[in-house]
Design a protein. Structure first.
Length: 167
């Protein structure tokens, strides 16, 4: 599937939030967390602090989204590295999964980090997001167990990072 990745427009924030919430609710093994679901739904709030990107198909439909976090000072950063960037809340519409949408969104985040001179991308993902872990490995991310943490006891997060210094 060919998609265009760009910054989300304010008129798309509701659709982005709904898509993100639906994608997370469809995950096998996920644990419901009302507070996090409120965050997933509120793309407008995320866009005030970070860069919300969308993947749009040929018909102009939003089929995926991600929140790119440019540095550690951002409220969405889950790392302390001065030279790192990251992304959060990667989501692909169920009807578009397995068609390259997630890869296009992650590549856009990698390009932004490289363009801004970041040395690495640091991300976190729960154990049940196995399709995402496979995608990250394909794109060169490595497991970084020293970055694992649990924001709440029932949601362990696995650390991953991609070294950009050699690129």
């Amino acid at each position: 599937m060919h998609v265009t990745v760009r910054r989300a427009a304010p008129g798309e924030y509701q659709a982005v939030g709904e898509l993100t919430l639906a994608a997370y609710r469809a995950l096998p093994g996920r644990h419901a967390n009302h507070a996090y679901e409120v965050d997933l739904l509120d793309a407008a709030r995320r866009a005030q602090a970070a860069e919300v990107l969308v993947a749009v198909d040929g018909d102009g439909r939003v089929v995926g989204a991600v929140t790119y976090v440019s540095g550690r000072g951002n409220q969405y950063a889950e790392w302390a590295d001065e030279d790192a960037a990251g992304f959060r809340m990667l989501a692909v519409a169920p009807s578009a999964q397995g068609r390259g949408v997630g890869q296009a969104l992650v590549r856009a985040c990698i390009e932004r980090a490289q363009t801004s001179g970041r040395g690495r991308i640091v991300i976190h993902s729960p154990p049940w997001m196995t399709a995402a872990h496979h995608l990250y490995a394909q794109l060169g991310f490595r497991r970084a167990a020293d970055r694992d943490f649990a924001p709440v006891p029932e949601v362990p997060l696995l650390g991953f990072e991609l070294d950009l210094a050699g690129d």
